[in-house]
Ligand binder design. Structure first.
Ligand SMILES: [Cu+2]
Length: 185
């Protein structure tokens, strides 16, 4: 039984090798069927000094430093919190001289052993549709979701903070008087 199965596997490997022989000169003999392939992405994250901007408005930001303690690249694709109806990963960009925030395409990519800094005016976690004000001192539970399906939970403390008042692109916001600027939607 075992021998027959191995033979089948070996045949499959040979066949695959023949198929890819033209495209690639590298041998893949090292990848034995028994060896567990290393995960392409991970979610071994530690969030250092997390905090949330206290607010009585409908949205606010969460900040801190996300450290990737794993051996694989981590991609944070989303976040959630009981303190927000929905959350997004935002970046801040210069749009015609105005700093605006927008969803960060592809999420936060953190190399193995590296970190991503979330700060006002930079990348941040956006908490939207807040069901209630977040007062200074409040503890906000947040869960990060990674591309590999893993999650990391942490607690951020709310602090008063002035600034980081970037315009949110998808919102109606202020009307710009630059009539010539094309509206990208
Ligand atoms: Cu934002």
């Amino acid at each position: 039984m075992t021998i027959r199965r191995r033979s089948a596997l070996a045949a499959a490997v040979v066949a695959a090798g023949l198929l890819t022989a033209c495209a690639s000169g590298t041998t893949e003999e090292a990848a034995s069927p028994e060896a567990s392939a290393p995960a392409a992405t991970g979610c071994a994250l530690t969030v250092v000094d997390p905090w949330v901007k206290a607010t009585d408005e409908m949205m606010t930001g969460a900040f801190g430093t996300i450290q990737n303690t794993g051996a694989a690249e981590a991609v944070v694709t989303g976040a959630s919190s009981p303190a927000a109806g929905m959350m997004e990963i935002h970046e801040v960009v210069d749009k015609d001289g105005t700093m605006v925030m927008q969803p960060k395409a592809g999420g936060l990519v953190i190399p193995a052993g590296g970190s991503a800094m979330l700060a006002p005016g930079q990348d941040h976690l956006m908490l939207m549709q807040l069901p209630a004000p977040i007062e200074a001192g409040a503890e906000v539970a947040i869960t990060l979701a990674c591309a590999d399906g893993g999650t990391v939970a942490f607690t951020a403390v709310a602090k008063p903070f002035e600034g980081g008042a970037e315009t949110y692109v998808p919102g109606e916001g202020q009307s710009m008087d630059m009539s010539a600027s094309p509206s990208a939607s």
